[in-house]
Design a protein around this ligand. Sequence first.
Ligand SMILES: NC(=O)c1ccc[n+]([C@@H]2O[C@H](COP(=O)([O-])OP(=O)(O)OC[C@H]3O[C@@H](n4cnc5c(N)ncnc54)[C@H](OP(=O)(O)O)[C@@H]3O)[C@@H](O)[C@H]2O)c1
Length: 324
Amino acid sequence: MARAAQNALYTDTTLTFRNVSVTAVYDIYTISSGKPLDWSCAATCQCLTGTVSAGSCRTCPLTYQENTMPNTALITGASAGIGRAFATYHARKGGDLIITARRADELDALKAELEKDHEVSVTTVPLDLGATGGAQKLYDAINGQRIDILINNAGFGGHGNFIERDLDTDLAMIDLNVKALVSLCHMIGRDMAAQGGGKILNISSTAASMPGPLQATYFATKAYVSSFSLALAEELKDKKVTVTVLEPGFVETEFAAVADLEGIPLTSSGGATPAAVAKFGYDAMRRGELLVINDTKLRFLTGWVMPFLPRKMLLGMVRKMQTK
Ligand SMILES: NC(=O)c1ccc[n+]([C@@H]2O[C@H](COP(=O)([O-])OP(=O)(O)OC[C@H]3O[C@@H](n4cnc5c(N)ncnc54)[C@H](OP(=O)(O)O)[C@@H]3O)[C@@H](O)[C@H]2O)c1
């Protein structure tokens, strides 16, 4: 049911949310199960027209939260890996999506799957986000549609001695990992501020916490993403726009193959699943957290060990972890 139709059909009411009575602005749904109100649709919901089953009640649980947090998400790099997992998790919660990456066929397959399984609306925008004007092209394709959640996830890395690497590849990495992310934060962050709120999740890496010999450019791009995101979070907090930065450790995706990282100590012991990392980051974004690391050991190492190591020792350790 369209949101406008809900507004017309149902009047204001009071309902219970986590044992607190709140006034819903426009829905008259009530939670019959008494379970916490949540996007996960765990609860069976009732409205004036009868009971709505858990799977189809995607607009229903938003009665309270939607007043502050509506649900269209723009996710970059959604054709694979963590981005695909973000899109799936958001759809499971009943949110509509705009997904983008270069591979149109992968985006189309994901759209078909999510629309069928979760009754959400998915728009695909296949493009090269790292190309000159890529972010502007994406913004133009959105065509003024309200974005409530922006997940800047697209990115890639690359292994090898910097001066032996192809310079254009490293510059393209900066274009995608940094310039496209900054551009989207500017364009959509401005819209979110004007619309009175929104949530931005920027995908950095634990690589942000240290210089990365043999991945010098990639680690530096992620240091930029973390620093930029934290500053932006402070600037936007008065506008009710939250910015969260997620710093995953190694995740089992196409990333290692693309970056030629297979076989190095950093990746050989395996990593987290994209689904687990996406859930962790998404939930943190929903709570409006500032910076989160999904891996407990890495959280300790980057926060409490690495900052106190002599720099030369740290550089040697990171280089060893990345040597084939
Ligand atoms: N995997 C890890 O160990 C790890 C750890 C920490 C942080 N991260 C970060 O997590 C994010 C997602 O990585 P992932 O592990 O999910 O990698 P992935 O499986 O390789 O997915 C990368 C995504 O980015 C898209 N992409 C790449 N180049 C693009 C371009 N020029 N224009 C538009 N889209 C592009 C890819 O789609 P197309 O190829 O279809 O364009 C794909 O959807 C990245 O920012 C990465 O730096 C990953």
